[in-house]
Design a protein around this ligand. Structure first.
Ligand code: HDE
Length: 683
């Protein structure tokens, strides 16, 4: 149990215990009938239980977050590997024995609280570290850059991105005129936009996405020396994504897809984990990078230029007890830093320092939100701040000011042992101006494009075509193609072709640089941990084989479900009943990572739904396996079995052998085969 868990226990109240009472603790006689003048008569105003119950219901909502409204959270711990005293005095980064409690909230950006988990969108990755020196909030995203360079453009960006004001459409989607109008008029967005068009915008799981602090921050050590730093979270399970058609279907079949995935992984003990990595840049190297101002949040520093040093491990190991109390009420503030970590002059970061505190005042209706259990520091809080809405503490004493002699002059400022702002030298005229070092808006979009594998490039082109295909204004489409032409001529042509825009004339040469670390194709592909496999079964399957296959996959950590035309049991080849996990109708291929069709149930090939499972899974690049009569179903799905020898994720065997399970496991771990020719598959 962490210090934070112990602190939270004091606030836990079981829903299901003892006698029902009012909020005043008065036992309630009956909660099914309001107090009436006669059984058919009018209700009486004096019914305090009715009044209170309805009043409490009416006030259940607080304003949802203006961005990142939809999210899900989990508790966990962070541990640093080795002391980082060389760079920082932050206690949680210098003591390898410290297990720092954390709460992490993952989110989408555009949609409202009830929207689905899988739109094409940026994902938030916000971590509250409850350190012994107070709370540090690392409020990051799953993409390392941002759309804009100056926070003053954030309201414009978000207005353009969110549903349009006249009709509140479309929900949780960037594929509309106002978003593309804005970004094509504000070319600094072009780098982030290409990330948004990539598979990064549709993660398979929160557990399989990276996180980034985005801005350059500062670490400060005991000698007052400052080192610039960029924070990276790298998922142990690798960085993997859905495909767009799948993501759209999941939005209907299971809008809670990513949320459920995280919840189930943690509740089954498969704790997700990320490594914290730092890109460290000594002060004196700040101006060394060609074309990159480290204060510009639309730029990365490629890992090949400044390596990411692994420094610690985050593990999420406990689901929240209550969604509202914890996940909804957690209040991240970018300004929450601890001694040893400091800000830089990145103008996007500077604006965030105001926004997060301000937004919490709106959400909580007052300044005491820091007392809400999930937000409370584990470090002692001692100061002379007081009163306000929802004061939960009872400050004791009379000297609520400093200096004082009536209270022993306490609490006393810590002096140099407290948070000392880095004494950066600042000098300049007041002016509304962007630095010229922020002027390049295209070369890193080109870097990203050049770093993609061929299938990633195809997905990006398809995404631009989809999004711009929804844009009604032709001048906006033309503008986008003009921008893409400055990123890469071939990309511009490919997109233009798909959206009815004339091919542009080549204007600039691609610089040819790339950064292999940017490609998801280079992410680890070794584990089947928590991968979900649907085995399509019907009467006649061989129980022994299905069980053996299930056991092999389960032993390696995969989750195997038996899906049949109806729920309950099927009759196996031995004539015995075998329990299935659920009926096919209640699920869909898009909710699984892979499909297997075993031998012995030839009738399944005549079940259109079962055939659709296989066709769709194949189309989405998933591992599809079949043996014996199962092959008939794949044929009906028009899966070209003749390609099996060249397709590592199409495992087609004439009959069962244990090799099938081995090969299938390999394909499952590889996530997807996106090199398949899928155009002709009817799904
Ligand atoms: Fe945020 N952002 N943001 N943002 N952001 C919010 O704060 C804002 C930015 C991010 O799970 C809001 O508590 C401004 C960058 C995450 O609770 C709000 C600017 C990055 C979350 C806000 C940015 C983020 C938020 C809404 C430009 C990645 C969800 C509710 C200056 C590094 C936190 C809230 C959670 C939430 C403002 C830009 C990440 C309105 C003004 C860059 C993960 O304060």
């Amino acid at each position: 149990m962490t210090t934070k868990d112990r602190q939270l226990s004091a606030n836990r109240r079981p829903f299901n215990e003892g006698v029902l009472t009012t909020d005043q603790g008065i036992p309630v006689e009956d909660t099914d009938n309001s107090l009436r003048a006669g059984a058919r008569g009018p209700s009486l105003l004096e019914d305090f239980h009715l009044r209170e119950k309805i009043m409490r219901f009416d006030h259940e909502r607080i304003p949802e977050r203006v961005v990142h409204a939809r999210g899900t959270g989990a508790h966990g711990v962070f541990k640093v590997y080795e002391p980082l005293d060389e760079y920082t005095t932050a206690d949680f980064l210098t003591d390898p024995d410290a297990e720092t409690p954390v709460f992490v909230r993952f989110s989408t950006v555009q949609g409202s609280r009830g929207s689905s988990d899988t739109p094409r969108d940026v994902r938030g990755f916000a971590t509250k570290f409850y350190t012994r020196q107070g709370n540090f909030d690392l409020v990051g995203n799953n993409m390392p850059v941002f759309f804009i360079q100056d926070g003053i453009k954030f309201p414009d960006l978000v207005h353009a991105l969110k549903p349009e004001p006249q009709n509140e459409m479309p929900q949780a989607a960037s594929a509309h005129d106002s978003f593309w109008d804005f970004v094509t008029l504000q070319p600094e967005t072009m780098h982030h936009v290409i990330w948004l068009m990539s598979d990064r915008a549709i993660p398979r799981s929160f557990r399989m996405m990276q996180g980034f602090g985005v801005h350059t921050f500062r670490l400060v050590n005991g000698q007052g020396r400052s080192t610039f730093v960029k924070f990276h979270w790298t998922p142990v399970l690798g960085t993997h994504s859905l495909v767009w058609d799948e993501a759209q279907k999941i939005a209907g079949k299971d809008p809670d897809y990513n949320r459920r995935d995280l919840w189930e992984a943690i509740s089954s003990g498969q704790f997700p984990s990320w490594e914290l990595g730092l890109q460290l840049i000594p002060e004196e190297r700040a101006f060394e990078f060609e074309d990159i101002d480290i204060l510009d949040p639309t730029k990365i520093i490629p890992e090949e230029v400044v390596p990411v040093t692994p420094v610690g491990r985050l593990t999420l190991n406990r689901n929240p007890d209550n969604f509202f109390a914890e996940t909804e009420q957690v209040a991240f503030c970018v300004g929450n830093v601890v001694p040893g970590i400091d800000f830089t002059d990145d103008p996007l970061l500077q604006a965030r320092l105001f926004s997060y505190l301000d937004t919490q005042l709106n959400r909580f209706g007052g300044a005491n939100f820091f007392q809400v259990p999930i937000n409370r520091a584990i470090a002692p809080i001692r100061n002379h701040q007081q009163d306000g809405f929802q004061q939960h503490e009872v400050p004791v004493g009379r000297a609520n000011y400093f200096p004082n002699s009536l209270g022993g002059d306490q609490p006393t400022p810590a002096g140099p042992a407290g948070f000392v702002h880095y004494p950066e030298h600042v000098d300049g005229p007041k002016e509304r101006k962007r630095s010229e070092t922020f002027a390049d808006h295209y070369s890193q979009a080109t870097l990203f494009w050049n770093s993609m594998s061929s299938w990633e490039k195809e997905h990006i082109i398809a995404a631009y075509r989809f999004e711009l295909g929804k844009v009604e204004s032709m001048p906006i489409r033309v503008r986008l193609v003009e921008h893409l032409n400055r990123v890469d001529h071939d990309l511009a042509i490919a997109v233009a072709l798909g959206i009815g825009v004339e091919e542009p004339v080549k204007s600039v040469d691609n610089h040819g640089r790339s950064s292999p670390a940017l490609s998801q194709g280079n992410s680890p592909r070794e584990s089947v941990l928590s991968r979900k496999v649907a085995v399509l079964v019907g009467d006649g399957v061989d129980a022994r084989i299905v069980t053996s296959m299930r056991d092999t996959l389960t032993e390696r950590g995969a989750i195997v479900e038996l899906l049949a035309p109806v729920d309950g049991t099927i009759t196996t080849s031995d004539g015995l009943p075998m329990e299935v996990t659920r009926a096919m109708q209640t699920m869909s291929s898009v909710l699984y990572d892979a499909i297997v069709v075993p031998d012995g149930a030839p009738d399944l090939a005549m079940d259109g739904l079962a055939v659709n499972y296989a066709a769709e899974a194949f189309k989405h690049g998933k591992a599809v396996g079949a043996f014996g009569t199962g092959l008939g179903l794949l044929q009906r799905a028009q899966i070209p079995l003749t390609t099996a020898s060249a397709d590592p994720a199409l495992i087609a065997y004439d009959e069962w052998t244990p090799d099938f399970a081995t090969e299938f496991t390999k394909a499952l771990a590889a996530h997807r085969n996106f090199d398949r020719d899928i155009d002709a598959i009817p799904a």
